[in-house]
Design a protein around this ligand. Structure first.
Ligand SMILES: *Cc1c(COP(=O)(O)O)cnc(C)c1O
Length: 414
């Protein structure tokens, strides 16, 4: 059977089982416990800056609780980077608020500080109220222009929630991503930089806000001998078993990040002479991406084998879906999709056992967000039309990268 090379698979250190055993031995098989506290302490040491961290059941839950902590309510507006995974924006809708999407700039592919300022000005002019929060994202691990984004946010006194789900351990000007704004979101899903099988965390400014977030993460129980509820809470705390895996993963976090950077450097070397294929890299030494996923852009002039029939067949087991339980697509095509040469390259790599994936489709082009206001400059759509993510995880070897680049080259028509 052909070997398959995935984008980013979880990789265990071996320490996880020791922590899990300890959880069982001490009978802490609940959504709190010594390993949850230990994992939070590990994360606090890792991110630094005197921050407090709450471990949660998912990164999406962290976004949701950060919005709650920023006081977001039904009818409010929240600014969100358009070029992202839906989990950055969906919790805005959970609260009955309206996402205002802001496009990217071409250096980092993340939120454009100029468009952000424009969006804030226009929202204030239109609604008479400021947006309640700003959610920039560290796409594929690349730091956003945090100095400029923070300057705009501070000018209007709007809290920033950094979605660092993909940017675990990335740095901007030497500072860990997720520690610039009021809140920072981390994810430990199975395909992220480190995993707890499923899980996330919220980086909080201080112990007091950590306690507030924890209150909402555990069903908002007031301090009475009986159950007294004065707010709507959530069941979002991380389980002690998941935290056990997290503690084991923390022992290899730096090694994982170093490996992703090494894989990116190898792609750079091997792709250097491939015309029409551009690897996305740190725009300057101020940026230190963890290269969670290495990404390339294909020039539209690049001819790829099979591109004339690129969208001819229904995709089986659509990307991200569990086997056999995917939604059936309504049609083969949509009015916003990657170029044919990109889809042909994805198929060619897939046939060689290599998982490649288009970039995130911008939220302002998603049918579910068709009614949300958007401030766009064309950058994210331009990138979406050209980009592919390549295997980059801890299970990808140097030999795999050579095999991937070989197959990529042989799919290009001379
Ligand atoms: C993965 C991800 C999330 C959500 O994290 P989960 O732990 O899967 O809920 C949020 N934002 C971005 C950008 C992500 O990639």
């Amino acid at each position: 059977m052909q070997k398959r090379i995935y984008l980013c698979l979880a990789h265990m250190s071996g320490e996880e089982q020791k922590f899990i055993q300890e959880a069982f031995d001490t009978n802490w098989v609940v959504p709190l416990g010594p390993n949850v506290n230990g994992f939070e302490a590990d994360l606090e040491a890792f991110v630094g800056e005197g921050k407090s961290v709450v471990a949660l059941s998912a990164g999406t839950a962290a976004v949701h609780l950060a919005l709650v902590a920023c006081g977001v309510q039904a009818g409010d507006e929240v600014i969100c980077q358009s070029f992202t995974f839906c989990a950055s924006a969906n919790p805005i809708k959970y609260l009955g608020a309206t996402p205002i999407f802001v496009d990217s700039e071409p250096d980092t592919w993340n939120m454009s500080p100029d468009l952000l300022a424009e969006a804030i000005e226009e929202r204030i002019a239109k609604t008479g109220r400021k947006p309640k929060a700003i959610i920039p994202v560290y796409l594929y691990g690349m730091p956003a222009k945090m100095d400029e984004i923070m300057a705009v946010a501070d000018r209007y006194d709007i809290p920033v929630i950094e979605d660092a789900a993909e940017g675990f351990g990335s740095r901007f000007d030497g500072q860990v991503c997720g520690t610039f704004g009021r809140y920072g979101v981390l994810s430990f899903n199975g395909n992220k930089m480190i995993t707890t099988s499923g899980g996330g965390a919220l980086i909080c400014p201080d112990v007091q806000s950590k306690q507030e977030v924890m209150f909402y993460a555990t069903q908002a129980r007031e301090a009475y001998p009986y159950y007294q509820h004065e707010h709507i809470g959530y069941n979002y705390r991380m389980s002690n078993i998941c935290a056990s895996i997290g503690r084991g993963q923390m022992t290899v976090a730096e090694a994982h990040i170093a490996h992703h950077k090494h894989i990116c450097a190898l792609y750079k070397e091997l792709l250097a002479d491939v015309e029409g294929v551009t690897l996305h890299e740190n725009p300057s030494p101020r940026y230190d991406s963890n290269y969670w996923l290495c990404t390339i852009l294909l020039d539209p002039s690049l001819r790829v084998q099979g591109e004339e029939s690129a969208y001819a067949e229904q995709v089986e087991g659509a990307v991200g879906g569990a086997a056999g339980v995917t939604h059936c697509a309504a049609s083969l095509r949509t009015d916003c999709e990657p170029n044919s040469n990109v889809e042909a390259m994805r198929i060619a790599l897939d046939r060689a056992g290599i998982e490649a994936r288009p970039l995130w489709k911008p939220m302002h082009r998603q049918p579910v967000y068709a009614d949300s206001p958007a401030y766009v400059n064309g950058v994210s759509e331009w990138l979406f039309a050209r980009g592919l993510c390549l295997p980059s995880g801890p299970c990808v070897s140097d030999e795999d990268v050579r095999y991937i680049v070989e197959n990529l080259k042989s799919a290009i028509l001379k």
